[in-house]
Design a protein around this ligand. Structure first.
Ligand code: ZN
Length: 149
């Protein structure tokens, strides 16, 4: 266990313990549920938008430490930023965990780098990605609202 591992562990624990973003938004503009049966993680993501900006984002539900920490990181990284920014962070986070890409996050999303150790535990990758896959569904919903068929 080296210094970076300890630091990353501490960042993940801080996000796991934080209750700041753990609440339902009612009403929310967008809402999706994500389930990871292999671990028992079951979370919901709530988003309010204002002119292309994510004005509020929260989560609720039951998840392991990795899943919960990742959901909190998502909220912290995205609030006040654009939908486009959310898509960019999502694809970089996925790239880091599933394609072993080097972490490359904007400042407000820098804590996400702490999750790179999860790559060494393939069964936990789904835990780390759950909130982000749920975000992916919401981004599709936003996209179809912007371009109705
Ligand atoms: Zn989990």
């Amino acid at each position: 266990m080296n210094f970076a591992d300890d630091l990353y562990k501490e960042i993940i624990l801080d996000h796991y313990r934080s209750k700041k973003n753990r609440r339902r938004l009612d009403p929310a503009d967008y809402h999706q549920e994500g389930v990871n049966p292999s671990c028992g993680d079951d979370i919901e993501l709530f988003i309010k938008t204002d002119g292309g900006i994510i004005s509020e984002v929260t989560y609720d539900g039951i998840g392991c430490s990795i899943c919960t920490a990742s959901a909190n990181m998502l909220c912290e990284a995205l609030v006040g930023n654009s939908i486009e920014f959310a898509g960019k962070v999502l694809s970089r986070f996925k790239g880091m965990l599933t394609r072993a890409e080097e972490p490359d996050f904007p400042d407000s999303a820098a804590d996400l780098e702490a999750m790179q150790g999860v790559r060494d535990y393939p069964v936990r990758i789904k835990c780390a990605l759950l909130a982000w896959s749920t975000l992916d569904q919401i981004l599709s919903d936003i996209q179809s609202d912007a371009n109705p068929q």
